[in-house]
Write a protein that binds this ligand. Sequence first.
Ligand SMILES: *Cc1c(COP(=O)(O)O)cnc(C)c1O
Length: 219
Amino acid sequence: MTIRDNVRAILAEVPPGVRVLAAVKGRTPEEIRQAVDAGIGWLGENYVQQAERHRPGVGRGVEWHFIGHLQKNKVKQAIEIFDMIETVDSLDLAAEISKRSVQINRVMPVLIEVNIGGETSKSGVSPGKVEALAAALFCLPGISLQGLMTIEPAGERPEAGRPYFQEMKRLLERINALGPTRMKYLSMGMTQTYRIAIEEGANIIRIGTGIFGERRATC
Ligand SMILES: *Cc1c(COP(=O)(O)O)cnc(C)c1O
């Protein structure tokens, strides 16, 4: 299967209203462009530098989402490159994004990254702290909080992700019931798990290997 075939198959399969984001870490601009030409409109990159380097080669007509761990000292650069930051996990980081965005007259769309499995190895805010963080983020002038994102714990089978996806959906609904502003996005599900995630309410899925094939070893 070529990149083009993979993209076509996934786009044909997902229901309307679900955005397919291609996770492009470690891919070349040529590979990324093939995915875009086949119909991918959103790209997700884990590294600010990589996105900066690849953007010219990939060209126009796509949105770039930041899906890695964002350090405060990269925020200034990130807000000039990305259309959405999906991985906000502290008020400190959000405040920096807001401040820098106000300085350049923009409002940055963001998602809160939730560490839904409570794994020490992963970033993201713990489920019990999401509501308070969301409430604080709604007050920041330079960001627009639009939903939640998670990387679920790796499981033996895709089905293992289901309870985590259900918990994410409940969190989103709880915050929407509280707040004046409705959050619309649930970014969850990857190559192994996106079908389950969609069943449980995902409307952004992030696909890497399912589009580009296995990642090459970096040497
Ligand atoms: C790499 C990555 C993905 C895609 O993972 P695959 O299993 O290759 O589909 C999704 N989300 C994030 C945050 C990633 O880093």
